[in-house]
Design a binder for this molecule. Structure first.
Ligand SMILES: Nc1ncnc2c1ncn2[C@@H]1O[C@H](COP(=O)(O)OP(=O)(O)OP(=O)(O)O)[C@@H](O)[C@H]1O
Ligand SMILES: [Mg+2]
Length: 204
C-alpha cells in the first residue's frame, strides 16, 4: 500500500528519517520530481539548498503566491542566520498554506530539516500535520532523527521511509508508531531504507 508516490493525497503524512548522508533528500527529490512531472503542485522548504532542480523563491515572495492559490513547483530556502530566524521564516510559510483559497489545487509540501525547527515553526508544523488535509496539503517531513519530530506529527504519520537510525531514543520513538520491527533499522547500510505504511508490513 502507498508505495507509488506520484499523486497528491492530502490525507497522507510521510516521515523520511535517517542519519546524515543516508539518502533522505535523494529519495525525496525522486518523489518531488515524479509528482511535479505528473503536473502536481509542489513546495519544498529547503533550508540547506538540496533541491536545485526546483526554482527558488524567498519566503516573503512566496506568501502572496500561496494566498493567491497559485499552482507552484518551487523551493524556498530561508536566508537564516540563526535557529530563531529559521523558525520565523518556516512558520510564516507553513501558516500561509492555511490561507490558500479553497479552490486551490492540492499541494505536496516537503519540510526538510524538521529537526532544526524550533518554537513557532514546530507549532506551525504540528498544525499543518493535524489539519492540513482540510486545506489540501499533503506533508512530507524529513529529519535525521525520529525523536526530533514533534510527537503530534509522528502520531499523524501514515507512511514512514526509514533509513539507518541507531540511537535508542529514535528507535523507541519509531517503535511507538510502527512496532518492534523498528529495531531492524540499526542494521541498514547506506542508502538502504524500509518503508512502512499504516496497516502495512515493512518493505525494502
Ligand atoms: N540511492 C542512492 N544511490 C546513489 N547515491 C545516493 C543514493 N542516495 C543518496 N546518494 C548520494 O549520497 C549523498 C547523500 O545523500 P543525501 O543528500 O540524500 O543524504 P541526506 O540523508 O539527505 O543527508 P543530510 O541529512 O545530511 O541532508 C548525496 O551525494 C547523494 O547524491
Ligand atoms: Mg538531506
Amino acid at each position: 500500500m502507498g508505495s507509488k508516490h506520484d499523486t497528491i493525497q492530502p490525507h497522507r503524512r510521510t516521515l523520511v528519517l535517517g542519519v546524515t548522508g543516508a539518502g533522505k533528500s535523494h529519495h525525496v527529490r525522486s518523489i518531488v520530481s515524479r509528482v511535479a512531472q505528473s503536473g502536481g503542485s509542489v513546495l519544498v522548504v529547503d533550508p540547506k539548498g538540496e533541491y536545485s532542480d526546483l526554482s527558488p523563491c524567498s519566503p516573503l515572495d512566496l506568501v502572496p503566491r500561496l494566498l493567491a492559490g497559485d499552482d507552484l513547483r518551487l523551493r524556498t530556502s530561508p536566508q537564516w542566520q540563526s535557529l530563531d530566524s529559521l523558525a520565523e521564516d518556516v512558520s510564516l510559510v507553513l501558516d500561509s498554506l492555511r490561507w490558500r483559497p479553497p479552490a486551490a489545487r492540492p499541494m505536496l509540501v516537503v519540510v526538510e530539516e524538521c529537526g532544526l525547527l524550533r518554537g513557532p515553526a514546530r507549532s506551525s508544523l504540528e498544525v499543518l500535520a493535524t489539519v492540513g488535509r482540510s486545506y489540501g496539503v499533503e506533508l512530507v517531513c524529513v529529519a535525521q532523527r525520529a525523536s526530533q519530530i514533534p510527537a503530534t506529527v509522528r502520531a499523524q504519520a501514515s507512511r514512514i521511509v526509514a533509513f539507518r537510525q541507531t540511537l535508542p531514543a529514535d528507535l523507541e520513538a519509531l517503535s511507538e508508531v510502527m512496532g518492534p520491527s523498528a529495531l531492524d533499522l540499526r542494521t541498514l547500510a547506506r542508502y538502504e531504507f524500509r518503508a512502512w505504511s499504516e496497516g502495512d508490513a515493512w518493505s525494502a
